[in-house]
Design a protein around this ligand. Structure first.
Ligand SMILES: C[S@@+](CC[C@H](N)C(=O)[O-])C[C@H]1O[C@@H](n2cnc3c(N)ncnc32)[C@H](O)[C@@H]1O
Length: 415
């Protein structure tokens, strides 16, 4: 089976905060990204066969009944498939790739941390308080679900500071997502935000937000496309992690953006002084929160939206009664082995019901899908389309009205 390869990691955009990546380091990143693609393209189908031929015959109808919590989450498959050598190879490779990926990116960052801090200090400097678009809050209590788990094996998560003025977490995340997404996030890691802006233009061509809030912006990779789509809008990038914001603010300035304010805060406690917004976006944020935080954040979003405003959220799709048990196991794998503790509960939730509980009317709720918007030629022409999740998305029929297995599941609402 031909293995589609990701683009060369040297295609990563060299913004003003991007760490220097040596030849050897680029080679290592390329090897990890290609290995990740190869595991996704070849071994994954072997895991499915191992389930069908080795594990499933050992399971009873009761085991597979969705009223059984272990069937609902796919945990029953995990237990049954563990003895399979092909599953073991697939799982240990995925885990090892992630560990090596985070370690490689972190090493690149730490060896030049002093230089990066100097660059950030210069770029983040503002002549006056009025020009200051980086607002950190050292007394912020980082939500426990971020503080207690190193999500997707990123050491120290998004908030840990190993030296004063640290930005290791952000630079590590900026580089490491290339391997995780096998280049699908594009040269600037912004294909989600670009795709989102395109979707908005297609579905709400008259919508012209004046104030935009991106919650869980990280280093602003997917915030800047929103700011670029609406250059007259005032954009606020909110995140709990100071390292993400320091780096993101400097990065945005180095790229010529002046309409984005980077603010440290927790989404469940959006500071009223930030005002209200026409568009509130989250991109890949909710899956790292918790069962009690998610409804609270949606309530805060509802309160902070202007009448007629939109909230759009890119996330993992919920399971439906039609989601096969094997797919449930695959989709929850990251909860068990990639430190994504909330995934199991998140997949079992119903976002449409959560939106309505937060105050949105059912007629105004939105469900759809967004595809990444990549620069033409980002993938080599011969490589074809790849995604670690392709096998999950290849559904004969749409799972739910509005979502057809696009790369990102979208849920949202108009107020
Ligand atoms: C997986 S990253 C996604 C980043 C970015 N939106 C993107 O598209 O790549 C999740 C980000 O959300 C932030 N985050 C998670 N929960 C948060 C909360 N309750 N308040 C503020 N930020 C939060 C984390 O600090 C992290 O930077």
């Amino acid at each position: 089976m031909p293995v589609p390869l990701p683009p060369d990691s040297r295609s990563l955009y060299r913004h003003g905060m991007m760490p220097e990546i040596s030849h050897d380091e680029s080679a290592r990143i390329n090897a990890l990204a290609s290995l990740n693609a190869s595991v996704a393209a070849t071994l994954s189908s072997g895991v499915r066969l191992a389930y069908e031929h080795e594990a499933a015959p050992k399971l009873t109808a009761d085991d597979l009944n969705l009223s059984n919590p272990k069937a609902k989450t796919g945990a029953i498959v995990r237990k049954a498939i563990q003895p399979s050598p092909i599953y073991q190879s697939w799982a240990s490779l995925r885990r090892a790739i992630q560990e090596m990926n985070r370690q490689t990116a972190r090493h690149i960052t730490i060896r030049q941390l002093d230089a990066l801090r100097q660059r950030a200090t210069a770029l983040n400097h503002s002549e006056s308080q009025a020009d200051n678009t980086l607002q950190l809050n050292p007394s912020l209590e980082v939500p426990h679900y971020l503080a207690k788990a190193d999500n997707h094996l990123q050491p120290g998560g998004y908030h840990t500071e190993i030296v004063p003025g640290d930005m290791t977490a952000a630079a590590t995340y900026d580089i490491a997502t290339f391997v995780t997404a096998m280049g699908m996030f594009g040269a600037k890691g912004d294909s989600g935000g670009r795709g989102m802006a395109k979707w908005l233009a297609q579905h709400y061509p008259d919508f012209k937000p004046k104030r935009i809030l991106d919650i869980g912006s990280a280093h602003g990779n997917n915030t800047l496309p929103l700011a670029a789509a609406f250059p007259d809008a005032e954009v606020v990038a909110l995140d709990a992690g100071a390292p993400m914001l320091r780096y993101g603010h400097a990065r945005a300035r180095s790229m010529g953006f002046s309409n984005v304010r980077f603010v440290q805060g927790a989404a469940e406690d959006i500071d009223e002084s930030l005002g209200t917004f026409d568009w509130i976006q989250t991109t890949m944020v909710f899956h790292e929160t918790s069962g009690s935080a998610l409804p609270k954040i949606l309530e805060r979003i509802y309160a902070a939206l202007n009448a007629g405003g939109l909230t759009l959220n890119l996330e993992q799709p919920n399971f439906t009664p039609e989601t096969p048990i094997f797919d449930r196991f695959l989709r929850n794998w990251d909860a068990w082995y990639n430190n994504e503790p909330f995934w199991v509960q998140l997949h079992g939730m119903d976002f449409q019901a959560e939106l309505q509980a937060a105050g949105f009317s059912p007629e105004q709720c939105i469900e759809g899908g967004v595809n990444p918007d990549l620069d033409p030629g980002h993938y080599p022409a011969w490589a074809g389309k790849i995604s670690r999740h392709d096998h999950e998305h290849a559904k004969p029929k749409p799972q739910k009205k509005g979502y057809n297995g696009e790369a990102w599941y979208l849920f949202g609402a108009r107020k």
